[in-house]
Design a protein around this ligand. Structure first.
Ligand code: BGC
Length: 806
């Protein structure tokens, strides 16, 4: 990786699918993997295209049992461009001699490029440079440019340009027994001599998708006369462009593409729209220039400069680009959530989990309109969440663990263990904590933006209904005189039930219970923030009586939190009594023990028996709340909160966590920032490397991890710069100041843009004139300043506390 570039200088067939995921290009509306244009889907290549909200449900009959799954559908492949020289077979990397090869991703431009020189069987040497982007300027637009130079020959070539609707979802090996056909053909079409188009429809959800491609050839600025021939089937259309090339004279093939779906705004019919739009598109260079301007604007607010840590610098930028490729302003204009694995692959079927908790902090302080749009994904599914709560015998709204098209529960009921080949029951839908995350996300968005209108019109209703759900799932244990929650799981998916229990779920997951205590305290405050008329109307609409408010108040004081041993928070009640695992034995026997659940189950054992964790669970509390906030929550609950609680609890679980989810790396790096900064930084680097290095050994090719990518950006902002909002003031408490030397980034706080930088032991905050909305209050080391337009403040950072340097 060099400046702003992720590049691979040799072709390695086995690494191609990973590279495709990492060099995907997208614009927050749709995203396409970085597959070579000339390759069809197979074991080594997988040219997938995915658009937000493009879901379809299919049933697979498994042993006579119908199993329903919803997938984010792989859309028709718009990439195909194939080169035939003198009527021979199309060039592929395995039928020519590769003289040089470079596959790169320009992070600044979100542009994927392949440059290759090859010698074919007839000894002809040819160079080909391919450049491709999905436009950040125009959400439906994408473009490919090929520059073709015959180096030692002249002759006739044919370029095949196609749109291929014969695609299925079959990327993820574990899902291959499940139905992967999601598209029905509708029709191919042409629009004049240069444009081919194809329309398909999802089989069950009836979404139309159309693509149109206009392919032209140029030498310099001049169009080249080409002979065109057409071939079409109901689910495939291609045009072959035949033309002469001369030794040493480059020609350019340009394929501009439009993609529309029937879920779009301002749409009549997708095929007509795609055909009309593509004909209006400019040539590749102009389209790329517009795309570049759009990215330049984004980098202006999103770049993070960290000049003295070059590796971290590059990976942070790579993560910024990927986060924006999946969640951009275009996303906010659509009905889209945050798919856990981006739009870069098929893992988790494009579903939306709780991972947005890790994604929003970066967006909240830069492009909050995107968070707002994504939160609306939840609001639009509130009715479904109410129904889910009602069906389960609760009140309020119970959002699903995995969400897709309409907000019903999409978690599968069986899950394939690739180690044993067994389909095990999947109880992970009991992760009701996703509801706490949604509540927390709305609140954090509000704190960063002061967007009271959002709270008034949407956010408060979401929060109140969630609070109400928690009040109904909780019950009082009279013996303890405390509220308890049974039958749920925390984020640690290795524990699905108490050992030997018939029922799924656990008693008193500490993370859930503490979040609920905080929610119960915060929900009434949300109500108080609303204008009186809105408050009254909302209470009337929801039928929210005083009695319920009294219950919330009681819950904020009486939720039960389990502890064990030496005053460590128990992940759930009874965790401390579980058996200890012989970690050394498993480490010695397996190269990778991140997925200990699969290993244990394949051995006929049961992870529920042991003190282990897939990922941060109780530890999440120290990640989401500052020590002051947690102390308040615990004191309100009547539990002692000594300064050592965090360290004891983190140490305890650190030794028992396999980090089977990369989210866990982010969380542990975050909680250690204030306790053991160097260890935190080590983990931060592991999290940064986790997708480029595919640390889980095979998961990244199935889609990037949105949570870890944006989580690393948040780590820098919240963990190391120490940015947090309290009482309308943006506080900075930098840690690891040596490493942050030279750090510069922009943030938006309550609508005002500020530039924050660290040089030596000084922190500078400057309220930019451009984008200034109102004075904002900033605090460093306990001193608070108000910054007006153009005001700067240089603050000498206090010496680091002893714990931070020891
Ligand atoms: C993690 C979840 C996460 C999901 C999607 C799972 O492996 O355990 O916490 O939400 O992946 O990223």
């Amino acid at each position: 990786m060099q400046d702003f570039t992720l590049s691979y200088d040799t072709f390695e067939p086995g690494a191609e699918t990973l590279r495709e995921a990492l060099t995907s290009t997208g614009n927050g509306y749709f995203c396409t993997r970085g597959a070579a244009e000339w390759e069809d889907a197979g074991l080594l290549h997988y040219p997938g295209t995915y658009a937000h909200g493009g879901f379809n449900r299919e049933t697979t009959i498994m042993g006579g049992r119908p199993v329903l799954n919803e997938d984010l559908v792989n859309l028709p492949n718009w990439l195909p461009l194939k080169l035939r020289i003198e009527g021979e077979d199309a060039v592929r990397l395995d039928n020519v001699e590769i003289l040089s090869y470079r596959h790169s991703y320009d992070i600044h431009l979100a542009l994927v490029q392949r440059e290759l020189r090859f010698r074919d069987r007839a000894g002809r040497e040819t160079s080909l440079r391919s450049r491709r982007f999905v436009s950040m300027a125009h959400s439906h637009q994408a473009g490919i440019e090929w520059t073709l130079t015959p180096e030692n020959w002249s002759g006739r070539v044919e370029v095949v340009s196609a749109l291929d609707g014969r695609v299925t979802n079959h990327m993820v090996a574990r899902y291959r027994e499940l139905e992967g056909r999601h598209l029905n053909p509708v029709s191919p079409r042409t629009f004049g001599p240069e444009t081919i188009a194809l329309k398909v429809q999802t089989r069950q959800s009836n979404i139309y998708i159309a693509e149109a491609a206009r392919t032209r050839v140029f030498r310099g600025d001049d169009p080249v006369e080409v002979e065109r021939s057409l071939y079409q089937m109901e689910d495939y259309i291609q045009q072959v462009l035949a033309f002469d090339v001369e030794r040493g004279r480059p020609v350019r093939v340009e394929k501009l593409v439009a993609l529309f779906t029937s879920h779009d705004n301002a749409i009549n019919e997708t095929l007509g729209a795609a055909g009309r739009h593509v004909q209006r598109y400019p040539d590749f260079a102009e389209a790329l220039a517009e795309h570049e301007s759009a990215w330049t604007e984004l980098w202006d607010v999103c770049d993070i400069e960290l000049p003295h840590e070059p590796r971290a610098q590059l990976l942070l930028r790579l993560h910024v680009a990927h986060v924006l490729q999946v969640c951009s302003r275009h996303t906010a204009r659509h009905d889209a959530g945050v798919p856990a694995r981006g739009l870069n692959g098929e893992a988790y079927r494009g579903h939306v989990f709780w991972d947005e908790l890790y994604v929003y902090p970066f967006l909240n302080f830069r492009l909050p309109e995107i968070t707002r749009g994504l939160l609306m994904y939840r609001y639009r599914r509130l009715e479904e969440a109410r129904e889910a709560a009602r069906q389960a015998g609760y009140h309020g709204a119970m959002f699903p663990w995995q969400s897709g098209s309409d907000g019903t529960e999409e978690t599968q009921i069986v899950h394939l263990n690739p180690l044993s080949g067994q389909w095990d029951p999947d109880l992970s839908h009991n992760q009701r904590h996703v509801n706490a995350a949604i509540f927390y996300n709305v609140w954090e968005y509000y704190k960063a933006t002061d967007d009271l209108e959002f709270l008034r019109d949407y956010g408060a209703e979401l929060m109140l209904e969630i609070a109400r759900f928690w009040a109904s799932i909780a019950h009082v244990n009279p013996e303890r005189d405390r509220y308890e929650i049974h039958g749920v799981m925390g984020p640690d998916e290795f524990h699905e039930r108490h050992p030997g229990a018939d029922e799924g779920g656990l008693r008193n997951n500490a993370y859930t219970n503490v979040m609920v205590a905080w929610i119960a305290d915060t929900a009434p405050r949300v109500l108080d923030l609303l204008p009186a008329s809105r408050r009254a109307a909302l209470r009337a609409k929801l039928g929210l009586g005083d009695e319920e408010l009294r219950t919330w108040r009681a819950m904020s004081r009486k939720m039960f939190v389990p502890f064990h041993g030496d005053d460590v928070i128990s992940q759930f009640e009874g965790y401390g009594d579980l058996e200890e695992l012989d970690w050394e034995r498993y480490r010695a026997a397996h190269a990778n023990i991140q997925r200990l659940d699969r290993i244990l189950k394949a051995e006929g054992d049961d992870p529920d028996r042991y003190q282990l964790a897939k990922q941060a669970d109780a530890v999440m509390l120290f990640f989401l709340f500052s020590s002051d906030e947690l102390r308040e929550i615990f004191e309100r609950l009547g539990y002692a909160h000594d300064p050592g609680l965090a360290r004891r609890t983190i140490d305890y679980y650190d030794r028992r966590t396999s980090h089977g989810s990369t989210l866990s790396l982010v969380t542990h790096a975050g909680v250690l920032a204030g306790i053991d900064p160097e260890s935190s930084w080590e983990r931060f680097m592991v999290a940064l490397e986790s997708d480029v290095g595919d640390v889980q050994g095979g998961t990244t090719k199935e889609g990037i991890h949105m949570g870890v990518m944006s989580g690393t950006l948040d780590l820098l902002q919240r963990g190391y710069l120490g940015a947090s909002v309290r009482d309308g003031v943006l506080h900075f408490e930098p840690r690891l100041v040596d490493r942050l030397d030279g750090l510069a980034l922009s943030m938006q706080f309550r609508g005002t843009s500020i530039r924050v930088s660290i040089k030596g032991d000084e922190l500078t905050a400057l309220a930019r004139v451009e984008g200034f909305r109102a004075p904002v209050r900033i605090a460093v080391g306990g001193q608070v300043r108000e910054l007006g337009a153009g005001d700067g403040w240089v603050f000498a950072l206090p010496p680091l506390p002893a714990t931070a340097t020891s």
